[in-house]
Design a protein around this ligand. Structure first.
Ligand SMILES: [Mn+2]
Length: 238
């Protein structure tokens, strides 16, 4: 089966151009029987599977539709790591742990663990990805969780704006070590919002872009990779 990879859509509402574009992409993928891999930051914030927001309901519908013909996989990002088993069960998607070996030679990861120069972020990540933190947060009311997500986003914007450009990108050594540890020749990730294909001595690094001025998708067909940046407005066939 051919595969489609996307990340960093940062969806906020089903009413947005980005959501509509994502819906069309999913519809095409199901028609083409592509496997769908979402490798993090699908939504701007995911406060729990019990969220009854318009976005949460629209995504439930969309994935229920998608999984009828396309196996759909979700690997969490730093914005939506609270997406869990309840949503997976409702929609039929499969949750993946980060990192995930797609084949013995291809590694999928959201990408934030590769940004090792950002020591402050790595510390925060360790704390909020602990089972204890997740449990505490999920026991709060939806309203409280919404507030917490807004506050965390505010803090993150402040802290990112004080960091040098290279600190928020992947660390070359961390990438190399991941490739060596897992014995892969391709790594696919997002997170950094720096789309591109990097050919390195150990292999290739495919970086998905954030859906801002265009939508980013990586396809793998018969073992070949194709990266696209497509217009969010029209129904351009990718
Ligand atoms: Mn991210």
């Amino acid at each position: 089966m051919n595969q489609l990879f996307v990340s960093d859509l940062h969806l906020t509402s089903p009413e947005t151009t980005i959501f509509q574009s994502f819906r069309r992409l999913i519809e095409r993928s199901t028609k083409n029987r592509q496997e769908i891999y979402i490798i993090g930051d699908l939504s701007e914030a995911w406060i729990g599977d019990d969220d009854n927001s318009d976005l949460s309901l629209a995504l439930t519908d969309l994935f229920q539709f998608a999984t009828q013909s396309s196996p759909t996989y979700f690997l969490p990002g730093n914005r939506d790591f609270l997406l869990g088993a309840q949503f997976a069960e409702k929609t039929g998607i499969t949750l993946l742990k980060d990192p995930y070996m797609l084949t013995s030679k291809i590694l999928l990861t959201h990408g934030d663990t590769l940004c090792t120069d950002d020591i402050e972020y790595q510390k925060l990540r360790k704390k909020i990805r602990s089972e204890e933190w997740k449990k505490t947060v999920l026991s709060m009311s939806l309203g409280e969780r919404k507030q917490l997500a807004t506050e965390m986003r505010r803090q993150s914007i402040i802290s990112q704006s004080n960091k040098a450009e290279n600190i928020v990108d992947v660390n070359g050594k961390a990438v190399f070590e991941a490739a060596r540890k897992y014995g892969v020749s391709s790594i696919i990730h997002g997170h950094t919002h720096r789309p591109g294909i990097h050919i390195e001595p150990w292999g290739s690094r495919y970086v998905l872009g954030a859906w801002e001025t265009c939508g980013w998708a990586l396809r793998r067909e018969k073992g070949q990779f194709f990266m696209n940046c497509f217009s969010l407005e029209d129904h351009y066939e990718i």
